[in-house]
Design a protein around this ligand. Sequence first.
Ligand code: SAH
Length: 235
Amino acid sequence: MAWRCSGRTNAELVSNLFSAGLITSPRVRDAMSSVDRAHYCPSSPLAAYEDSPQSIGFSATISAPHMHASACENLLEYLPENKDARVLDIGSGSGYLTHVLANLVCGPDGGGAGKVVGIDHIQGLVDLARQNIRRSEEGRRLLDTGKLELVVGDGRKGYAEAGPYDAIHVGAAARELHQSLIDQLKSPGRMFIPVEDPDGWGSQWIWVVDKDHNGNVSKKRDMGVRYVPLTDAPK
Ligand code: SAH
């Protein structure tokens, strides 16, 4: 059903996702409306408003819009606007979701309190994400003020330098629920992470990991998904 949400413009795509109930929160709708997906699909601008993943080079894809929406909705409680929330986006790829997350915590003009770090292990993708984000005035402001930071590194280790985090999003399928990432969550905090099922059949599930006020951790298996793997960096 997801493909039916495709549109001819960014506004139409987001409006279709909202009408179909794939976005339910007006905050997520507004944040996705204000970040033009075509800025993040430079080699396939015609397909930018399709509700499907698109290639971004380096064997990576920008995820489908309904997956970005689902990640934001899942984490929303932990993404308060203007309250100095810290967010880590692992496998930031095109930079699209990193930008939407920054829009959610720093407000629509990017001027509020909050900080989002995007981490990817491919330098070329970090450079591409920076270029993509700089296509809008708000994106340039977020980067120039350091409210949105992009770093190269192994996301399986997280990025303790800017943590702990209210919310961690993982955009590639992990082999396990990495303890190093759980350690970098605030109390309270939440992580959204696709994890490969050890059954050997290649299935993957979203896990939502919550750390409560007392530091107690609970894990819930959510929907079945298909992500590229969280791996060693290519040689
Ligand atoms: N959220 C991104 C998804 C990109 S695809 C988007 O929608 O654009 C997954 C990304 O994970 C790729 O960019 C890939 O380079 C990155 N990745 C894979 N393994 C990684 C690792 N160990 N550390 C950091 N990034 C990783």
